[in-house]
Design a binder for this molecule. Structure first.
Ligand SMILES: *Cc1c(COP(=O)(O)O)cnc(C)c1O
Ligand code: SF4
Length: 328
């Protein structure tokens, strides 16, 4: 293992997994937040670098709110379920979700570097879906046998948590499929664990004949630290297109000024805002919901302040639909 590899895996192993340790680190008394008594099913996970982007002493910090398990998760909101976007119904083959024309999602691992409480995949049976070595060939065969697939999206979990060897092998195999024109990676890792973007990873990505698109997931400008900025320059120098998707979250980024600041900061780092998702109705996440009426108003607010290319598409996912539905 080279030292860069050892570095990110070590950092991941040292991520916060205890609420007490995280609150202690941030100088926040645990009795100032209504904590969830039991969250073993979807544990806390916060890399130190991400915690360093939080404001010490502020229990309402917008980054902390994304990761802290609170009692609000116990509220049963009507219409919230375990598979709100119909992904389970769309699993075509081991690890493949084929819902949209020409594109497939490849669930490469169930693991994530950070656990986001609002995540629609929090209730997902990953163990059954994730790509074991035996299933890789099956998934590749599916893509090979469907020449209409021009784009493969590595998703998860977080595909950048695969080690360089596994990821390299997968990319290489995808690289050999002629009808695949683009490889897209959906990842929160460059934001929450930027040191994972190693030279070896950059080399693996830039050695492919396909165009590479990396879709980040940041919800607030405070997530975009100087370390994130540095990996963005590396990625761009290697010819990778950088986009970002965010989720509209109550109490975190549901203000026009916050969303505008995020777009401005993203562009400063060479990332274009792509999607702003309204929350999927996954059980345990209802307290993060922003109404569609409020979402539309926020979009108008962004449109009145920003150039068009800094306004993300406001979309929602609907089970069975052929694309993400624009809200405007
Ligand atoms: C979001 C998503 C995609 C990608 O959709 P784009 O609109 O191309 O970004 C593909 N497949 C699934 C299942 C998705 O959820
Ligand atoms: S899939 Fe994305 S949003 Fe969900 S927990 Fe993992 S990193 Fe967070």
């Amino acid at each position: 293992m080279n030292t860069q590899t050892a570095g990110w895996q070590q950092a991941l192993a040292e991520a916060f997994t205890s609420v007490e340790a995280l609150c202690d680190y941030l100088h926040i008394p645990t009795d100032s937040v209504a904590l969830l008594p039991d969250f073993k099913a979807f544990p806390l996970r916060v890399p130190r670098g991400f915690a360093d982007c939080m404001r010490p002493g502020d229990p309402k910090d917008p980054l902390l709110r994304q990761v802290l398990p609170t009692q609000n998760e116990l509220i049963d909101y009507p219409g919230y379920s375990h598979d709100p976007v119909g992904d389970l119904g769309a699993v075509a083959e081991a690890g493949i979700i084929h819902k949209y024309h020409g594109r497939v999602l490849l669930i490469s691992t169930g693991a994530c570097a950070v656990h986001c409480r609002y995540c629609f995949r929090r209730n997902f049976p990953y163990a059954e879906l994730q790509l074991s070595t035996q299933k890789v060939q099956q998934a590749l065969s599916y893509i090979i046998n469907h020449p209409e697939i021009s784009e493969v999206i590595l998703s998860g979990g977080d595909p950048l948590l695969l080690n360089d060897e596994k990821l390299g092998q997968l990319l290489e195999k995808l690289g050999e499929i002629e009808h695949v024109k683009r490889i897209r990676i959906h990842s929160r890792v460059p934001i929450v664990l930027p040191m994972r973007v190693t030279q070896q990873l950059l080399n693996a990505l830039s050695s492919l004949s396909q165009q590479i698109v990396l879709v980040f997931h940041a919800n607030h400008a405070n997530e975009l630290s100087p370390a994130v900025g540095a990996v963005c320059s590396d990625l761009r120098r290697h010819g990778i297109t950088l986009l970002n998707q965010s989720v509209l979250l109550k109490g975190i980024n549901d203000a026009g000024t916050t969303l505008c600041a995020l777009s401005e900061k993203l562009f400063e780092l060479g990332i274009l805002p792509y999607y702003l998702h309204v929350l999927d109705h996954a059980s345990g996440t209802g307290h993060f919901e922003v109404s569609e009426t409020a979402a539309r108003q926020l979009l108008v607010d962004m449109q009145s302040h920003l150039p068009g290319y800094l306004v993300p598409k406001l979309v929602k996912e609907r089970a069975g639909a052929a694309y993400k539905i624009p809200i405007c």
